[in-house]
Design a protein around this ligand. Structure first.
Ligand code: ADP
Length: 313
């Protein structure tokens, strides 16, 4: 891709979120999910960008509410299929002495069926300049559906789309870490840009340092690898060149939910523009600094300090 994307397709699962309020037993209903969060931030960053979500939801009231939430955020829902008899997945956040823990109900969610129809996958990807998916997208699918998705991604790449992938390692969603690691590396073989987080990669792939993570994904076929590493420098491998980009310290980290998802949006929002890679990473980190300085997965951005960097409509 030699120009910034005009249409980005994100693929995965959005879930209902129950977040605790001050009074015990009171919760607020929201909607979030890794690839969905990235879609949401992409739209925030560049309202002129066409962002579509590919997923599946049910036919019930909460599915209707989720679809409305997506549409209200400016995210296209034409490729969000309806599966009668199923509903959306859900997670609940519990707080204990300031520590958050998560309970999930997603084993039978409609999104698990997002890749049943190969023609629908091709339709959604056709005309997308960039297609984004994650290891969680792969984890929720059956093996046959995963193959269908990878096949469609490979075809879209062949037609000129840039494919971007966050491995987002979640061993609990897999039958074991061997299955997870094999599927993640398959995901990387169809991808141009891979955006892993070093801590997870070191834990499950045994990478000695971020450079090793970048080299492993490049060997699988990725042209660019952006290795996130919390507050530590981001390691980038791009056009065969390794580079470390320092991340500005964030004075008050409130909640790191969505750190990687929002960072990915900052990196991908104008992927293909002539912006130097170091600048792109610094800018993505500035987006994420706002996100982790606030509460929840979807933090409205103050674009004033970012506006010089986003000159496109
Ligand atoms: P993930 O959420 O995928 O695990 P990371 O935790 O590696 O991703 O963080 C992604 C990005 O978020 C980092 O590259 C950095 O820009 C920012 N970030 C995360 N944690 C911190 C922190 N404690 N201080 C400053 N920046 C952070």
């Amino acid at each position: 891709m030699t120009a910034p994307p005009r249409r980005i397709l994100c693929i995965g699962e959005c879930m209902a979120e129950l977040a605790p309020l001050d009074a015990p037993g009171d919760y607020r209903l929201g909607f979030a999910g890794d690839s969905f969060n990235t879609a949401w931030y992409l739209r925030q960053l560049r309202p002129g960008l066409e962002v579509d979500y590919l997923s599946a939801i049910g036919g019930d009231a909460i599915s209707d509410r989720m679809a409305r939430f997506m549409a209200d955020a400016g995210i296209g829902t034409a490729h969000v299929a309806r599966v009668p008899g199923r509903s959306v997945g859900m997670y609940m956040i519990s707080l204990s002495a300031g520590e958050r823990s998560f309970s999930y109900w997603r084993d039978t969610s409609a999104a698990r069926l997002l890749a049943e129809d190969p023609a629908a996958l091709d339709r959604a990807m056709s005309g997308a300049d960039l297609v984004y998916f994650s290891g969680i997208t792969l984890a929720i699918l059956s093996e046959a559906a995963r193959d269908r998705l990878l096949h469609a991604l490979r075809a879209a790449r062949g037609q000129g789309a840039t494919i971007a992938f966050d491995p987002n390692l979640r061993p609990r969603l897999w039958r074991g870490s061997a299955e997870m690691c094999a599927a993640i590396m398959q995901g990387a073989t169809v991808s141009d840009v891979v955006l892993p987080s070093f801590e997870d990669e070191a834990a499950y792939f045994g990478d000695a340092d971020p450079r090793a993570t970048a080299d492993r994904y490049a060997a699988a076929g990725a042209r660019s690898v952006v290795v996130k590493n919390g507050p530590d420098p981001v390691h980038v491998l791009h056009d065969g060149r390794h580079q470390e980009v320092v991340v500005a310290p964030v004075p008050r980290v409130v909640d790191t939910t969505s750190a990687g998802d929002s960072f990915n949006a900052g990196v991908l929002v104008d992927w293909g523009s002539p912006l130097p890679m170091a600048k792109r990473i610094e800018r993505a980190a500035a987006v994420t600094a706002q996100v982790i300085g606030g509460k929840g997965a979807l933090v409205p951005l103050d674009k004033t300090p970012l506006s010089n960097d986003w000159t496109m409509p």
